[in-house]
Design a protein around this ligand. Sequence first.
Ligand SMILES: C[S@@+](CC[C@H](N)C(=O)[O-])C[C@H]1O[C@@H](n2cnc3c(N)ncnc32)[C@H](O)[C@@H]1O
Length: 275
Amino acid sequence: MVIREEVYKFFADYIYKITGMVYVPSEYYRLDSRINELVQIFSLKSVEDLYEMYVKEITPDMKAVLVNISTNNETYFFRDVKPFTLLSRVVLPEILTNFPNEEIKMWSAACSSGQEAYSMLISIRNTTDDANFERCRVDGSDVSIKALDKAKLGVYNGLEIQRGLPAPMIIKYFRQLDPDSWAIDDSLKFKTNFFEFNLLTGFYPQEKYHIIFCRNILIYQDNENKGKILNSIYNALKKDGILVLGAGESLVGIVAPFQQIQFDGYTVYKKDSKG
Ligand SMILES: C[S@@+](CC[C@H](N)C(=O)[O-])C[C@H]1O[C@@H](n2cnc3c(N)ncnc32)[C@H](O)[C@@H]1O
């Protein structure tokens, strides 16, 4: 089906408005499969029917479906490995010491289907004693309800758990439900809380989190939105709290008042005590 420029532009503009993800005209072809999927989902005959339906009115359901199919939810357990090693061996021990007797609140701020939040907990469980593990909690949020539903369920197929998890960890932290589905252990699941949150438009809590992982979402944003998200995250961190970005992400081109700290060749970002 040939898609008119006006139709591409309508969906590209709407996706940008809601998620901040940029589709420039030379990338409109990346919307093809997504627009055609919407036609199928709503059992319509053509892209033009879909366009007409969206132009007329966008109901909350139509908005949610569009967000679900237009976001890139690619993720896997222990993605890039190093951030999780740093978390459990360097960042968390420092936070535990700096905030004695406090519940330690962490946030996987674009958690997709939950693998990042569960990887944080697995790495911590592997290296932290029972008393300190008890103190840890991980919130997970995303703009995609479909991804969040999976995160909340905590059930993954064989391919998904083998992406990043060695066999001993699968045995230790997952329960096999049937030949191709594995559920995360309740002792980790009970430490999570997943909720819908749009990093661009949501009302951020103030000084709530000790550690925030915000990985592989800023690469899809323009500099203005990146700055907006990073400044809001700064406010959501406690003083001396730590932000961890994705491997290909940095503060280059952004004005955000973080102090950069290098650990073993990986940069993390600290909210200065004077901040
Ligand atoms: C590529 S995934 C990254 C998942 C995980 N952080 C990782 O690194 O493996 C990016 C996630 O960001 C979410 N996302 C995109 N725009 C968002 C927004 N404005 N607010 C919150 N989440 C958003 C997408 O739904 C998607 O699940």
